[in-house]
Write a protein that binds this ligand. Structure first.
Ligand code: FAD
Length: 409
């Protein structure tokens, strides 16, 4: 489907969970001149091919598989204009987008643009795993696409790399498709998802989790024949014919990197303020492009919020982004989102910040505003987890210095 014209009030880049949620909210709030651009032939984003029933409980009040969730999301946007098979290739100033579609390159214009391009998992290249290049190595997202769309079984016995929630979901996808999960490999001394999840999977499904291991090499010429791991100074070979890399999500933000917009190398996403607004105030963002990584219901809500912020921006009722204050942080904090706060803080707006850590950390996490504690919490957290900071009574006209740090114990 091709856009019916070349100028819109709002264009949404990415028709996944958060993009469709923003589209619906805009339509409901009276902004009808909206276009959703989606590079795939069908909207719905990642859930389209994730068959586990981890979707919909908050938004539709019952758990459902990803494909059903994606279908419902598509149906609820009603008459909003969609252009599928359209990939946005450049973000330009003054609300201009360059896109590549069936008719070639098309330039589009909008008063406001919402980015909702999602996230991707780190595969072997991002994790710098050496060895040969045999068939049978993929991320969980790729595996899910493979079994859902191609209905093929890529291997019979696979090792799962990672211990996040999504890593345990991979066990079920493998088993459902007749693949034996050989074991799970975690780099830290404990799992990133709660330990109880790993223990339950060991007991019920007999899938053992090796903790504190480093995957050093993938073995095999044409097909995977095993993996080499290092544990407590010893090298061990685990035979298998498949390797599934799970988690370590990174925002799908190459468009931002190559544009005039400020990019945050720590989160891997765009720099935004608490209104999900980028350094060029024509642009907003929602969902996992903002930072890795949130479940679908949070992205759904962020889509709603982005639409409401866009509406406020069109009505010129958001505080100016010029003069916004950066949120500073110190090691072991890896990133903070949002990266900037625009003042004055609206009294009715519940401010929340997300923090991710570089390494497993125990200590006291603090938010200081102009030298005074605004929020304190003891933490015992793992990397890849997001810690939410909701400071109370932070209704300020202005602050000069905002800092987040952790006193490690
Ligand atoms: C493997 C996996 C398993 C998961 N399991 C669960 C689960 O069980 N429960 C749960 O709640 N959450 C789960 N999630 C998370 C959930 O899928 C996400 O929270 C949600 O999909 C994020 O929504 P989003 O809008 O940010 O991105 P997405 O839903 O991924 O949508 C992004 C969309 O943008 C499009 N796009 C990207 N770049 C462009 C471009 N340049 N031009 C045009 N279109 C573009 C993409 O094609 C895609 O459709 C899982 C995620 C993964 C990867």
């Amino acid at each position: 489907m091709t856009p019916s014209k070349d100028s819109y009030e709002v264009i949404i880049v990415g028709g996944g969970v958060s993009g469709l949620s923003a589209a619906k909210t805009l339509a409901d709030s009276g902004i009808q001149d909206v276009l959703v651009l989606e590079r795939e032939q069908t909207c719905g984003g990642v859930p389209r091919h994730i068959s586990n029933t981890g979707f919909g409980l908050v938004e539709f009040h019952r758990p459902m598989p990803g494909p059903e969730y994606a279908r419902r999301m598509r149906h609820r946007i009603g008459g909003v204009e969609l252009a599928t098979g359209f990939q946005v290739t450049k973000l330009l100033p003054q609300g201009t987008l360059e896109t590549a579609g069936p008719q070639g390159v098309v330039t589009l214009q909008a008063k406001r643009i919402i980015l909702s391009t999602g996230t991707f998992e780190s595969g072997r290249h991002n994790r710098l795993v050496s060895g040969a290049r045999p068939f049978g190595v993929m991320t969980y997202g790729e595996l899910a696409r493979y079994v859902h769309f191609a209905k093929m079984r890529p291997f019979k016995r696979a090792v799962i790399v990672g211990t996040e929630w999504v890593s345990f979901a991979a066990i079920h996808t493998l088993r459902k498709n007749g693949v034996e999960p050989v074991c799970m490999l975690g780099e830290y001394s404990r799992t990133i998802a709660p330990e109880i999840i790993a223990l339950a999977h060991e007991k019920i499904f007999r899938t053992h989790t090796y903790r504190g291991v480093c995957l050093s090499s993938i073995l095999g010429a044409n097909r995977v024949e095993g993996v080499e791991v290092e544990r407590e100074g010893k090298t061990q070979v685990i035979p298998c014919d498949g390797v599934v890399f799970t988690g370590k999500f990174r925002p799908e933000s190459h468009l931002v990197r190559r544009s005039h917009l400020d990019f945050d190398p720590f989160s891997g996403g765009p720099v935004t303020d608490q209104h999900q607004r980028l350094s060029d105030p024509t642009y907003f963002a929602c969902g996992n492009v903002l930072r890795p990584v949130e479940p679908s219901w949070t992205c759904f809500r962020e889509g709603v919020k982005a639409a409401l912020f866009v509406k406020m921006s069109l009505a010129d009722t958001l505080p100016a982004i010029t003069g916004s204050v950066p949120v500073r942080f110190l090691d072991p904090v890896r990133f903070v989102w949002p990266q900037r706060l625009a003042f004055p803080l609206q009294p009715e707006q519940k401010l929340s910040l997300m923090v991710s850590l570089r390494r497993p950390t125990r200590g006291i996490l603090r938010l200081k505003v102009d030298g005074r504690d605004a929020w304190i919490k003891p933490i015992n957290a793992m990397p890849e987890q997001l810690i939410k900071i909701i400071p109370k009574k932070l209704t300020l006209d202005r602050a000069e210095d905002i800092e987040i740090f952790c006193d490690e114990t």
